[in-house]
Design a protein. Structure first.
Length: 275
């Protein structure tokens, strides 16, 4: 249960899904105790809930006018692969969307190699349950010696989309993350896509980096995983919980998770541990 970093640097580049602008990210090894730290435009700040600035359609972190958007997939991969310490150097305003999942990041992490460090892993635990809600979304975290996650999707306009997926962790690192969670792509309903395009948003979105759903049972491309949309919600939850910058040891159940309510849960967990 020691801390871990990557053995060597790796880089990814591509368009951001929201801005459409090109971005490049270099992930570097870091010393024990550093955590996951973002460097952008001459500024440096931890990938921590205290630096959250927005949760509109993605998770955005920043400090002093410097912001980096769509951090959730990269953070999910880092947490899912057990990378506690690294520097994330970003050239651009948004982390590249790549194929819309966390798999390309996880593959780069595995290629770079994982280095065990001479320091005990840091865990975040609960003394008492925490519950948060936002609209129809409800998340609850309870004390536990291990890590158990459950995400449920339930759409008013798409009954067929009701699904539940679960994941468990060992030493705070999820089991089979690369195979069971990382491949799940970001998704949107066809009607949402039309609205986003009309509003000048999702400029970098395409069929290469998103799953488009047309209820009741039509998908833009074949599903990579059963209930892939629900698995992606779990993937995002893992990325947003990574803003605790420590390995969670708790049981979390999430009904209709989303970035805003995920951040509320992370903040509540942080607040309890700060008292």
């Amino acid at each position: 249960m020691n801390q871990q970093t990557i053995s060597r640097a790796f880089s990814v580049e591509g368009a951001g899904i929201h801005t459409g602008a090109f971005a490049r990210v270099v992930v570097q090894p870091a010393q024990p105790g550093v955590g996951r730290v973002i460097r952008s435009a001459g500024r440096s700040f931890p990938a921590h809930i205290q630096y959250l600035v927005d949760t509109t359609r993605c998770t955005t972190l920043g400090i002093g006018g410097c912001t980096v958007s769509t951090v959730e997939h990269l953070l999910s991969a880092l947490a899912g692969c057990g990378i506690d310490n690294c520097f994330i150097e970003v050239d651009g305003a948004e982390i590249p969307i790549l194929d819309g999942s966390a798999l390309p990041f996880a593959e780069e992490i595995r290629r770079a190699g994982i280095e065990r460090q001479d320091a005990a892993a840091r865990f975040v635990r609960l003394r008492e349950p925490v519950a948060v809600s936002s609209g129809a979304s409800e998340l609850r975290a309870e004390p536990s010696g291990g890590l158990e996650l459950e995400a449920r999707t339930d759409f008013d306009e798409w009954p067929n989309g009701s699904a539940t997926v679960k994941a468990v962790g060992e030493d705070g690192i999820l089991v089979d993350y690369d195979e069971r969670i990382a491949p799940a792509r970001t998704f949107a309903f066809q009607r949402e896509v039309e609205m986003l395009i009309s509003a000048g948003l999702a400029r970098g979105g395409s069929l290469d980096n998103a799953l488009i759903i047309s209820p009741p049972d039509t998908f833009s491309t074949p599903l990579r995983l059963p209930s892939e949309w629900c698995v992606h919600k779990l993937l995002d939850l893992i990325g947003d919980l990574a803003l605790l910058n420590a390995r969670p040891a708790m049981t979390i159940t999430a009904l209709r998770p989303g970035h805003r309510v995920n951040a509320l849960l992370a903040q509540s967990i942080f607040d309890q541990n700060s008292r």
